[in-house]
Structure formats: structure tokens, C-alpha cells
Design a protein around this ligand. Structure first.
Ligand SMILES: Nc1ncnc2c1ncn2[C@@H]1O[C@H](COP(=O)(O)OP(=O)(O)OP(=O)(O)O)[C@@H](O)[C@H]1O
Length: 270
């Protein structure tokens, strides 16, 4: 899905250039779930904007969804295949009702009206919004707006969805809804890049990529990251309660079948 080699990105900064990304190489296979994390300003948004053609890298090469993004035509085409869901629920809706909002994205797809209507109804049903299809978007909650953004991604048949801290402005219930919906899409074959700074969300991801000052400093499994690397301490992460307990048990020499990452893991070993 993504094949990036030695990507760099820099911006003019007076007489010099400000390096925002340096030497990023990463491969994300079709159907994978990858969590991407890193502190504020580490370059996460800049990188994902390169993946879907919004930013042009200053150096390196990139194939995304089978397209070599060196040409403007490929950078336009990739925007449909790799969709972004942003942090701010209010910033990504254009229609005045959920139905119109999803229809807006489909407008240039050349679908007959009946087919378009059927597709919109299906995706609104999938995200649990069919009963609000004709409501004013302005009356939807933050979580409902995020679900609407996801409905548009599904309607456009996105091959990969990048959730850029898409749950950070939601309450715990809304956050869980979006995570569940993302997991459902993943199980159905969509590639997911889940950008987060939430420790619980990281610990529950099969693969984690960590960025620090424009570089990829870790790409691997969560157990090695949380129990076998110096990265969480170096980046001053506050570990989740489960990992705090796991580390305590580890340092006290308890014979553990596995080091716990999630509450379910902890229940399994206690
Ligand atoms: N168009 C631009 N011109 C100049 N600098 C930029 C531009 N876009 C991003 N940057 C800089 O690049 C760095 C990385 O920003 P980016 O938004 O990618 O980080 P991030 O990890 O997504 O941060 P956050 O978690 O705060 O959203 C920052 O220092 C930012 O100021």
C-alpha cells in the first residue's frame, strides 16, 4: 500500500531550509493496521500529507496505493484511494445534511442518481447515521460528525484511511465508537494508519511507528517498544496503567507468560 524510501521534506526558512522530515523509509502492506505516534511537531501530519499527495516530498521516492507519486496526476488520483479523517470534527463536513455531505464527495464519480442514493444510504447505515440522514449537520455531535467523515471515506471506496488523531476531541464513548468503526473497516480489508498519542491505543496496535524530530525512530511491535526499548522513557511518555503494572511485575521478577499490553492481557496473567 505504501512504499516510502528515504523521504525528506523541508521548507524555506530565511536563508536556509527547515528540515521537517528526514530519511523516512517505511512499507505498509495492504490490509495492515499501523499506529503512528510522536510528539507535537515530530512530523506525523507532514508525513501523512505526503502519503495522500497533499505534500510533495523534497526528496526520496514514494509509491502509494500502487501509484508513483512523482506525477501531479498520481497525486490527484491517490487522494481518492487514501482518505484522511482529521482531528477536528467541524473542519471536514461540507454538506448541510449527512446525505448531502456524502453526496458531495461522490459528485464527480459519474454515478446514476439511484446508485448514488443507494450507496449513501448504505454507508450512513454502516456508521449508524441513517436516522439522521436529513438532519442539519450543525446539530450532530462531534462523534457523529467523525462517523460522517468515515461514511464519506467508505462511499469513496478508500483503500486506506488515515485517522489523524481523529478521536482526540471526543468523549470516551465517542472515542470508542470511532475506534470500533475503524477496526470494523480494518477487518473488512481497509488499510488503517491510526495516528495517536494515546498510550492505550498504541498498546492495542499490532505495529507501531514512532517519529521524533522528523525521523522514524521505531517501527515494530508494541511489546518490544514498551518493555524492551528506551523510547517511552526518552520521549517522556506516561505509560498506561497496564504497562506500569507490567513493568513493576517485570522488575520484581514475576514469572509472566507474556508482558501485558491491554487489560485483557493483564486479566489473563493474574
Ligand atoms: N508549510 C510549512 N511551513 C513551514 N513549516 C512547516 C510547514 N508544515 C509543517 N511545518 C513544521 O513541520 C514540523 C512538523 O509539523 P507536523 O504538523 O507534521 O507535526 P505533527 O507531528 O503532526 O505535530 P502535531 O501532533 O502537533 O500535529 C513543525 O515544526 C511544523 O511547524
Amino acid at each position: 500500500m505504501i512504499e516510502a524510501h528515504n523521504l525528506s521534506l523541508s521548507f524555506p526558512d530565511g536563508q536556509q531550509r527547515l528540515a521537517v522530515l528526514q530519511g523516512i523509509s517505511i512499507r505498509i502492506g495492504r490490509g495492515e493496521w499501523v499506529a503512528l505516534t510522536g510528539g507535537n511537531g515530530s512530523g506525523k501530519s507532514s508525513l501523512i500529507r505526503i502519503f495522500n499527495g497533499l505534500n510533495r516530498p523534497s526528496g526520496g521516492s514514494l509509491t502509494a496505493a500502487g501509484l508513483d507519486l512523482r506525477t501531479p496526476a498520481a497525486r490527484t488520483a491517490v487522494k481518492q484511494k487514501i482518505q484522511l479523517v482529521f482531528q477536528n470534527p467541524e473542519a471536514q463536513t461540507v454538506g448541510s445534511t449527512p446525505f448531502e455531505d456524502v453526496a458531495f464527495g461522490l459528485e464527480n464519480r459519474g454515478l446514476a442518481y439511484g446508485e448514488m442514493k443507494e450507496r449513501i444510504e448504505r454507508v450512513l447505515q454502516q456508521v449508524g447515521l441513517s436516522h439522521k440522514s436529513a438532519h442539519k449537520v450543525s446539530t450532530l455531535s462531534g462523534g457523529e460528525r467523525q462517523r460522517l467523515a468515515i461514511a464519506s471515506c467508505i462511499a469513496l471506496e478508500a483503500e486506506m484511511i488515515v485517522f489523524d488523531e481523529a478521536t482526540s476531541m471526543l468523549d470516551p464513548g465517542g472515542r470508542q465508537d470511532i475506534l470500533d468503526l475503524a477496526r470494523q473497516l480494518w477487518h473488512q480489508g481497509t488499510t488503517v494508519l491510526w495516528v495517536t498519542q494515546q498510550m492505550e491505543e498504541l498498546a492495542d496496535s499490532p505495529r507501531i511507528a514512532v517519529m521524533e524530530t522528523g525521523r522514524l525512530v521505531y517501527d515494530g511491535d508494541p511489546r518490544t517498544l514498551f518493555y524492551g526499548s528506551e523510547i517511552p522513557d526518552r520521549l517522556n511518555w506516561t505509560p498506561s496503567p497496564v504497562i506500569t503494572i507490567g513493568r513493576l511485575l517485570q522488575t520484581q521478577g514475576w514469572p509472566l507468560r507474556h508482558l501485558p499490553l491491554t487489560e485483557a492481557d493483564l486479566e489473563g496473567i493474574l
